[in-house]
Design a protein around this ligand. Structure first.
Ligand code: UDP
Ligand code: MG
Length: 330
């Protein structure tokens, strides 16, 4: 049995040695063979040099591949690049910062049990060390996502084991913009959750700013649900009911011989209707933007360099000039 381990890496050079030390010890004690695919997502530090060095330390039981993306395409694209490369019977996706404890891998593999369970997902038990605002917004986001998409991604993380069948289905999906957590839930399959307490990041810092998180929330909800768009119809319907009421009232006043003074009412109505219309247009714009990026069908990522394990017979090291692979998701 070969297990692929996919690790997206973005400016993680200071922590890679510790990651490898922890990981190698655990993997060497498992009975399965591993291929570790380290995907450098356009790091600007020396992560790629460290990855190159790691590809020389591999053994027969633990092979190490390095993939370097031509620029920073984002974690989702890096995960997809790794999954395209993976040839194992199962693939495990995990972060490079040890916030996804490698010590859980043996238990994940025993739950997977050679394909009896198709997805094993690590679910965050509690969000300690996070501010009240962060926890509240996370809860609000998951509620909104679950409600609008009809999927339950709970408090799940990107730390998941996917059986080969799931990996094949995932990479066969046609969309360019990916949301790993949502899509694995959308694919279905038999999933078992494993709870864990995410430790704090020891080295480096999280790449997620508030802006990036909001953007992820926006794009994930829009790409998984047409509910916001359809809610415009309901809002429009409500507006029609209101306008019928007001029309009748105005006509009634006119027939009675006294016109309503109501100048403030007119102003309020114009402002209200104007902003509602703009909001609706904005929402439609969001969906059009999503369609715009999808129909271009640009690759999700571009590989500029790849390194196969030094111990494998078909060792290859290619650079951007002789081989540029692109990650079309079809
Ligand atoms: N990462 C990546 N590309 C990016 C941002 C992050 O490959 O553009 C990787 C990063 O190196 C790490 C994982 O994704 O291995 C999770 O990133 P981070 O720790 O910043 O996220 P958080 O744990 O705060 O969700
Ligand atoms: Mg992290």
């Amino acid at each position: 049995m070969l297990i692929s381990l996919i690790i997206p890496i973005y400016n993680e050079q200071p922590g890679l040695a510790q990651l490898w030390q922890t990981l190698a010890e655990i993997l060497n004690n498992c009975e399965q063979k591993f291929e570790v695919i380290l995907v450098d997502d356009g790091s600007t530090d020396k992560s790629w040099q460290s990855i190159t060095a790691l590809t020389h330390t591999d053994s027969d039981a633990v092979r190490v591949y390095g993939l370097r993306l031509s620029r920073n395409f984002g974690k989702e694209a890096a995960i997809l690049a790794g999954l395209h490369q993976a040839s194992g019977n199962a693939a495990i996706v995990m972060d490079a910062d040890l916030q996804h404890p490698p010590s859980m891998i043996p238990q994940m593999l025993s739950i997977w049990d050679n394909g009896k369970v198709e997805i094993v997902e690590a679910v965050k038990r509690r969000r300690q060390n996070e501010s009240l605002l962060h926890r509240f917004s996370a809860k609000l986001y998951y509620r909104t996502f679950n409600l609008s998409s009809g999927l339950n991604i709970g408090d799940s993380s990107d730390f998941k084991l996917l059986d080969r069948r799931v990996v094949d289905q995932y990479i066969a999906l046609p969309e360019v913009g990916r949301y790993f957590r949502g899509l694995t839930a959308w694919l279905g399959f038999h999933a078992v959750a494993m709870e864990f307490d995410p430790p704090q990041r020891q080295i480096g810092r999280s790449r997620w700013s508030i802006g990036k998180l909001l953007d992820l929330a926006r794009s994930s909800i829009i790409s998984f649900s047409s509910l916001p768009l359809r809610s415009l119809t309901w809002l429009g319907g409500l507006g029609v009911l209101f306008s019928i009421g007001f029309t009748l009232q105005t006509l009634w006043y006119k027939w009675q011989g006294f016109a309503e003074e109501g100048f403030p009412t007119v102003i309020l109505l114009i402002l209200g209707m104007g902003s509602m219309t703009l909001l609706g247009l904005g929402l439609i714009g969001e969906y059009i933007a999503e369609i715009y990026w999808e129909v271009k069908h640009r690759p999700s990522y571009i590989i500029s360099q790849s390194i196969a394990p030094s111990c494998s017979s078909n060792q290859e090291e290619s650079d951007s000039h002789d081989q540029i692979k692109s990650g079309h998701s079809t």
